[in-house]
Write a protein that binds this ligand. Structure first.
Ligand code: RP5
Length: 174
């Protein structure tokens, strides 16, 4: 099966990007994780992207903060889909990274998730790879059903005990 890559601009992004790794582990998707910076290690970033297809990758998750050029630079150098994760790493709280990643010029798309939302990047990567893997598609559908059942159960509990008791219980759990 094709691998996923998780690439981040700095080790300071690892806390955020680890949520994508957890999703890939949950779905038993093989992946590699790397620190590659568009600005500090430009050649290595380009070389990774240029060889990603022949090296067995099917999708790339790229996270960066500040003037976040990494996802766009990788996307420019590979035909593989790139999922960008804007990281909140500066006083601009991720707005800088979000706009840098989402506003790609026509022709070079980056599928951008919300600020720090690496979990969604992991899920999107699973969806991409599941196009060629029935096992993944089935597990993804089952995961959605579990999520749905969880929300329905919470709603049933809220309606049964009322919002005050629900809140009390929720606060005790924290
Ligand atoms: C970006 O600058 C990185 O992706 C990181 O989010 C931010 C800060 O990097 P460090 O100074 O912590 O290495 O390139």
């Amino acid at each position: 099966m094709l691998k996923a890559a998780i690439v981040m601009g700095s080790d300071s992004d690892l806390g955020v990007l680890s949520a994508a790794a957890k999703v890939l582990e949950q779905f038993k998707v093989p992946f590699e994780i790397k620190i590659l910076s568009a600005h500090r290690t430009t050649e290595a970033s380009l070389s990774f992207a240029a060889k990603a297809e022949e090296n067995g990758f099917g999708v790339i998750i790229a996270g960066a903060g500040a003037a976040a050029h990494l996802p766009g630079v990788l996307a420019a150098a590979t035909p593989l889909p790139v999922i960008g994760v804007p990281v909140n790493a500066t006083p601009l709280a991720g707005m800088d990274a979000l706009l840098s990643i989402v506003q790609m010029p026509p022709g070079i798309p980056v599928a951008t998730v919300g600020v720090n939302n690496a979990k969604n990047a992991g899920l999107l990567a699973v969806q991409v790879l599941s196009l060629a893997e029935k096992r993944l598609r089935d597990e993804f559908k089952a995961d959605r059903e579990m999520m749905k059942a969880g929300v329905l159960a919470k709603n049933a509990e809220l309606e049964k005990i009322g919002y005050r008791k629900y809140l009390e219980k929720a606060e005790k759990k924290r």
